[in-house]
Design a protein around this ligand. Sequence first.
Ligand code: BDR
Ligand code: CA
Length: 312
Amino acid sequence: PTPIIFDTDPGVDDAQAIAIALAHPEIELLGMTTTYGNVDVTTATHNALLLAELAGQRIPVAQGAAGPLVKTRFPPPKHIHGDNGLGNIELPEVQGRAETLSAAQFIVEQVNARPGEITLVAVGPLGNLAAALQLDPSIVERVRRVVVMGGSIREGGNVTPVAEANLFNDPHAGQRVLTAGWPLTLVGLDATHRCVLDPDSMARIAAGQGKLGEVLAGSYEFYKAFYQQALGFDGCCPHDSCALAWLMKPELFTAVDGHLTVVTEGDAEGQTIFAPADRPFIAEHWSRTPQVQVCLNANGPAVVEWIVETLS
Ligand code: BDR
Ligand code: CA
């Protein structure tokens, strides 16, 4: 199995992805690290613990960033994920507690214990990965790969015309993480907007996931209502699950190599700008950001089928 640390702000679509990380036989979930984003960080930690418990598993959860590195925090999108991050459905009590280590300490410790093995899958604002880099810059050499759900190259944004939520929430952290020089794959809106989790698919998931399925299905209804109202379709984009789909089934995505930067100030803050590796530019500094891989498309129906199969 592929050992991963899942960095998350659960979050309805985060919860779906957590269920995949817990269920997939080829994924070894070493721990979850939590960040503010869809909710405040204590709620994120609560939800991460709860989702694992509902699946009957004890997974270490280490709490991290309570806000962005530099900018003023943007309020959590309660109309999308609910006040509790899981569509305002009633939730059972949590039994476990978070680790005493911070998210960044947990990442550094795990990565150094298994050099070259661990993939960091980050599906929230990127403050925890930025903090881990600051704590021990040498982890860049020892992480197997970083997979980020975030950003948008040609698709436009979902918070502003140009910015996707995870990068918009902490563009400074995003800039450090995307240009750190570790092997990195960006799975942004260009891929995730091709994927629609429709009600039939969710019904199959709910049937296969027991108690966890009830939470996934209940929170999905709330999330779907937002999609219906804002975007006019019956379903939702399973953004965060797409990062895991890329990890396990990269052949379902179209990825290209190149160089990324994140706009950190002004009206375009959070925008991800991409220069394909094979395209020459007159301003040469572009070619000096480390090369990463960016998904520019996905086979949406096949990704959704993989999600449903994994969870049903
Ligand atoms: C991303 O933003 C969050 O609201 C979702 O959980 C996902 O990680 C999509 O833009
Ligand atoms: Ca998320």
